[in-house]
Design a protein around this ligand. Structure first.
Ligand SMILES: NC(=O)c1ccc[n+]([C@@H]2O[C@H](COP(=O)([O-])OP(=O)(O)OC[C@H]3O[C@@H](n4cnc5c(N)ncnc54)[C@H](OP(=O)(O)O)[C@@H]3O)[C@@H](O)[C@H]2O)c1
Length: 318
């Protein structure tokens, strides 16, 4: 696995991050522990988690996994802003049969995830930020997180001096070593220009959205360590499939849409980390293998020209 240097953490981190959003919900604790172990053995050391992930279970499961002597090698990014959901006993009991149903009938995944409880969003205030981090640390069984990110903040939260002061206090006390914004490009642009407290940004990126270009074109944001996600977003994947089917004679380009998407993500964010959901063994092995190869920057031109050729077609056909 290739690594990149994180300037605030002053250490190497894996170019692939393990996304924990389904850890404890779609993915059982046992299956999740196995997947975490496989990814870790293949060199993944960045773990992306948040209080509401896995119906509120993900931080505890990750904490148990890292408890076995792996904590110092791992980089934990957790978040603040969306609370852990309250899960009723009925929902807890229904979770294993729901998992079975999704395995047996993958088409049900969308309906079941729609029925999932989402955490509330209490206003971001110093006391709630501190309490949220203290609770996360307890569940993660650690005394610091490497990165604390504001989770889908409103733009006003990113320029709220009380919020920023508290984030600095947490950093000074050693409870969080780096501070990031995991949210919209607008929130990132406004927040990171407003305060140097923010040294990282996390956001979705794809050949069709190119959020990373918006952020990278601002000189003063060069300091940010970038984390991208939503590589296999279903809409992105199906657009790319259509595009590849419509283009004959593309000898230099990888024809498998998922391989192309992961290569594109790793190349586009070559100085940062790409966070993926990867629980099946096949996905873990394939993604880690792609992340172990040297990147080829010419891929970006190829994908960009592929995408812009349809933009032009769409424009010309109205
Ligand atoms: N606001 C935020 O901070 C935010 C928002 C969204 C996501 N995230 C983070 O990003 C993580 C990933 O979420 P995402 O929405 O971006 O999902 P994703 O990585 O785009 O994954 C979507 C699906 O692609 C599958 N997949 C993985 N590798 C594959 C491969 N090589 N070939 C084919 N399919 C593959 C995964 O399957 P399996 O998982 O079943 O293996 C998963 O079901 C989350 O867990 C979370 O940590 C953060």
């Amino acid at each position: 696995m290739r690594t990149v240097y994180h300037p605030t953490l002053k250490r190497g981190v894996s170019v692939l991050g393990f996304g924990c959003a389904s850890l404890g919900s779609r993915i059982s604790r046992c299956e999740g522990m196995r997947s975490l172990g496989r990814a870790y053995e293949l060199g993944v050391n960045w773990f992306d988690v948040a209080p509401p992930y896995g119906d509120g279970q993900a931080e505890s499961i990750l904490g148990s996994f890292l408890g076995g002597g792996r904590r110092d090698h791992a980089v934990i990014c957790t978040k603040v802003g969306i609370a852990r959901p309250e899960i009723s006993t009925v929902k807890r009991v229904l979770r294993p049969p729901a998992r079975w149903a999704v395995h047996a009938f993958p088409g049900l995944r969308k309906q079941i995830s729609r029925a999932r409880s989402v955490g509330s969003r209490p206003p971001l205030e110093p006391a709630t930020i501190r309490k949220s981090l203290e609770d996360s640390l307890r569940r993660l069984k650690t005394d610091y997180v490497d990165v604390l990110a504001l989770h889908e903040p409103r733009i006003e939260d990113c320029t709220n001096t009380k919020v920023i002061e508290e984030l600095e206090n947490l950093r000074r006390e050693g409870l969080a070593r780096a501070i990031s914004i995991a949210g919209s490009v607008d929130a990132i642009l406004v927040g990171a220009k407003f305060s140097r407290t923010f040294d990282g940004a996390q956001f979705p990126n794809s050949p069709f959205s190119r959020n990373i270009d918006e952020i990278c074109k601002v000189d003063v944001l060069e300091r940010l360590f970038l984390v991208t996600h939503s590589v296999f977003d279903p809409q992105v994947t199906s657009r790319l499939v259509q595009l590849l089917e419509s283009k004959a004679g593309l000898p230099e380009i990888e024809k498998s849409p998922t391989k192309l998407l992961i290569d594109y993500a790793l190349t586009k964010n070559s100085a940062g980390t790409v966070v993926l959901s990867m629980y099946s063994s096949r996905h873990i092995i394939e993604n880690c293998m792609r992340a172990s190869r040297e990147i080829d920057p010419s891929l970006l031109d190829l994908v960009d020209s592929l995408v812009s050729s349809t933009d032009n077609n769409c424009n010309s056909t109205g």
